[in-house]
Design a protein around this ligand. Structure first.
Ligand code: FES
Length: 63
């Protein structure tokens, strides 16, 4: 299994980029991740994966 997969294939944004943004800026919502990293702003196909990363880091996801 690849350690740092690309989560957002539209913009080639890696998992580590999203995780760092969440941790450094204390992001809570998918919208905050979208504003910060632009992941999930093109086709929206990676939004579920962003949700899972938020959940993993924060324990739960605010909507
Ligand atoms: S895969 Fe992330 S917006 Fe399309």
């Amino acid at each position: 299994m690849e350690k740092d997969p690309i989560i957002c294939t539209c913009l080639e944004i890696k998992q580590s980029t999203i995780e760092s943004a969440i941790k450094e800026k204390n992001l809570q919502t998918i919208e905050e991740v979208q504003n910060e990293t632009e992941a999930g702003t093109v086709c929206g196909g990676c939004v579920d994966d962003i949700y899972k990363i938020l959940e993993k880091i924060n324990g739960s996801v605010k909507l």
